[in-house]
Design a protein around this ligand. Structure first.
Ligand SMILES: Cc1ncc(COP(=O)(O)O)c(C=O)c1O
Length: 439
């Protein structure tokens, strides 16, 4: 697998050229990475008008992911989500998006910017903790809402995945494209059994490479599926460039370039080892009495109240042993190990968790999921003058933040929705003190 971006930048750095161009550090070392931090000089290609080294590298990534087109983002999945929504609009259908409620707040913000009407798909479980969508519920919702696209978040922050093969079949039957926020699941393609949403029928997919692959923070992909509407591949560069910085980080682009070589070589084997290792640890933790949740193979999500601890409390105990986890709240503790986790660290995490003494279960359960009424569109809410209020004073007001909460997996209230008593109970439970409401 070639690494054209890295090769170009190395050659340039070795040439020791006089840098009469951006960035301002002029390649002089302070952090140690400056010589390789360049801008779009001659030969470096242009992200979002990629015809040279970037295009070659993206084509390597497309071959690895089995996509019709893969484009790089140096600004995370957040940028790709805005682009996905713009591409959905490019089909020329009425701007209605059907989205599972466990969406990241970038979705609501992007919908507001693009004036897209989001119709939420709630789960039948009525839970704040996950949002499984059944094929029957999706089928009924598509018939009812006639959306331009369906948007799913899978995996979500807590490691819950949707049944993408079944849900993509429903979308296909209706001729509605499926967009998947796969920010947490770039690695799914490289499992012994490919579980990447694109391989399972999604038309557009964003992956935060930085979350689970050996990449720098900010590195992400926008993938276009082979059976997606032609306009998606045709307009993908334009879609990203509409929202992106015109100064992409070449350090991030090089890390995506380098990842291709790893993904084509040793990464799948290392991933299989990591998943096997984690699965064995999960088994031993379950035998010890911990409840585990989520079905994502590279995430360890504990629901430790039955063991006598809140997620936050257990996180504190691990922090005292110098172990920093990805996320915790009253109900969950999320750990994200990976193929790059050193052998000694796997051992430390397991030993630390097994050393925690079991206590009497905590019986307090999370409040049930609010179904807030809608006062106005997310666009009206986010673009209105707003004030910050204590959550108590916000009762009855309309949320002007993109989301309140999330995680938990499902936002408590989204932009344009009215903060009711159920939402207030959730705010108190999750420790939110203030929120922004329409003034
Ligand atoms: C489910 C989900 N989608 C999207 C994003 C945004 O991804 P990024 O940080 O790569 O922009 C996140 C970030 O945590 C996320 O959890």
């Amino acid at each position: 697998m070639t690494t054209p971006i890295i090769d170009f930048v190395r050659r340039y750095a070795e040439k020791n050229a006089v840098r009469m161009h951006m960035p301002g550090h002029k390649g002089q070392n302070v952090l140690g990475c400056e010589p390789w931090d360049i801008t779009e000089i001659s030969g470096a290609d242009e992200l979002y008008h990629a015809r040279g080294v970037i295009r070659e590298s993206e084509e390597n990534a497309a071959a690895l992911f089995g996509s019709a087109r893969t484009l790089y983002s140096a600004e995370g999945s957040s940028l790709c989500i805005r682009a996905m929504l713009y591409l959905a609009l490019m089909q020329g259908r009425p701007p209605v998006l059907l989205a599972a409620r466990n969406a990241h707040r970038v979705l609501t913000a992007a919908a507001a910017l693009l004036d897209i009407d989001v119709r939420w798909l709630y789960s039948e479980e009525n839970s704040l903790l996950s949002c499984p969508v059944s094929p029957a519920a999706l089928d009924a919702a598509i018939r009812r809402e006639q959306p331009m696209a369906v948007y799913l978040t899978s995996p979500d922050y807590l490691g819950n995945t949707q049944d993408i093969p079944a849900l993509s079949a429903v979308c296909r039957a209706h001729g509605v494209p499926l967009l998947v926020d796969n920010a947490h699941g770039a690695y799914l393609r490289f499992l012994p059994e490919d579980r990447h949403p694109l391989s399972l029928g999604a038309d557009l997919c964003c992956d935060s490479a930085h979350k689970t692959l050996p990449c720098l923070t900010g590195a992400a992909y926008l993938h276009v599926g082979k059976n997606a509407p032609a306009v998606f591949a045709q307009q993908a560069e334009r879609a990203l460039s509409l929202f992106a910085s015109t100064s992409p980080s070449y350090l991030i682009l090089q890390s995506l370039d380098a990842a291709n070589a790893r993904l084509a070589a040793d990464f799948p084997g290392q991933l299989a080892d990591a998943v096997r290792r984690l699965s064995a640890i999960k088994g031993r933790l379950a035998d010890h009495g911990y409840a585990l949740t989520g079905d994502e193979p590279l995430k360890l999500t504990l629901a430790p109240k039955g063991f006598g601890y809140t997620g936050d409390g257990l996180h504190d105990l691990l922090r005292a042993r110098n172990i920093e986890c990805e996320f915790s709240d009253p109900d969950h503790l999320v750990l994200m190990p990976g193929p790059a986790t050193p052998a000694a660290d796997w051992q430390r995490v397991e030993s630390a968790l097994l050393a925690v003494p079991r206590r009497a279960p905590i019986t307090q359960v999370p409040p049930s999921l609010p179904h807030p009424a809608r006062a106005c569109s997310p666009r009206q809410a986010l673009l209105s003058p707003q004030i910050e209020l204590s959550v108590e004073k916000a009762l009855g007001r309309t949320l002007a933040d993109a989301h309140a909460g999330c995680p938990p997996a499902v936002p408590i209230v989204a932009a344009g929705e009215i903060i009711d008593g159920d939402a207030l109970r959730c705010f108190r439970y999750y420790g939110f003190d203030t929120c922004h409401v329409i003034a």
